[in-house]
Unconditional design. Structure first.
Length: 270
């Protein structure tokens, strides 16, 4: 496989590991130096296909194949217009047809197939579905805001947990230093045997470690809806179990012998 490099100046990643390759809407690659040289006025033509390009539209090549970068960028632009969701269609079949149409448009724009008709088709769709496109854009914006809010809550929770752990570690170190200093003071001033003082110190250390290791209840973090972070709620409908109704069956006792007398007879006989 050929090494990645700039097709204009022939510089490769092998000879220059810090080489930064750029790609534009046409999908052809240029290194950063060639972009600065050819598009010094802010615009120019692609040296490969002579397509008019803007310098501001160049971006770092993410994939080994520049055609993949081109397809990703085209797909983003197409999905900004074709942003309908499954709930916008009366049936799954129509939604699948819509997705197939989107894939066909992306393929045509990526591979330069029937470009004029494809662009006209997109313009007509954008004109006819202007309200739906705007509504779905607002819906997507709200969902992104909710996601960012949830991520911010999670980040704050992680930061609080980190500070709490750091505070507990500092407290443990301080208590250990105090306990060690208390042992030294006892050994210096007490008249008790050193073995007894060491045993007492060991007991205090064990008790201190047990107190520090006690788990503390974590404060649950909730969203504005009241749902706790990490709590999973099933929104599936409750399944109805169809079973046969209960029917009383009299108890049949098998005595394998003489019949048991009735209760009335037992009452009369005492």
């Amino acid at each position: 496989m050929d090494d990645l490099g700039c097709p204009r100046c022939k510089t490769t990643k092998y000879r220059n590991p810090s080489l930064k390759l750029m790609v534009n809407v046409c999908g052809h690659t240029l290194c950063e130096s060639c972009v600065e040289l050819l598009f010094v006025r802010g615009a120019g033509n692609c040296p490969e296909c002579d397509t008019p390009l803007r310098k501001s539209n160049f971006r770092v090549q993410l994939f080994e194949d520049p055609a993949v970068d081109k397809e990703v960028e085209i797909r983003k632009k197409v999905l900004k217009i074709y942003n309908k969701r499954e709930e916008d269609f009366p049936s799954l079949r129509e939604y699948n047809d819509f997705l197939e149409e989107v894939e066909e448009i992306v393929f045509n724009l990526t591979n330069n197939v029937d470009l004029e008709n494809t662009k006209k088709k997109m313009e007509l769709y954008q004109k006819d579905n202007k309200e739906v496109i705007q509504k779905n854009k607002l819906k997507l914006t709200r969902e992104q805001e909710e996601l960012e809010e949830a991520l911010e809550v999670e980040r704050q929770e992680n930061e609080q947990r980190r500070l709490l752990i750091q505070k507990e570690e500092q407290l443990q170190q301080m208590l250990k230093r105090k306990n060690k200093q208390a042992l030294l003071d006892d050994l210096e001033s007490s008249s008790l045997p050193a073995s007894l003082l060491l045993a007492q110190h060991k007991d205090r250390s064990t008790q201190l470690e047990m107190e520090l290791e006690k788990p503390k209840p974590a404060k649950p973090v909730t969203f504005s809806t009241g749902i706790k972070m990490g709590q999973h709620i099933s929104l599936a409908p409750v399944q109805t179990l169809e079973e046969t109704l209960y029917e009383y069956q009299p108890l049949q006792v098998e005595t394998h012998g003489p019949q048991v007398p009735e209760l009335e007879m037992l009452g009369r006989l005492g």
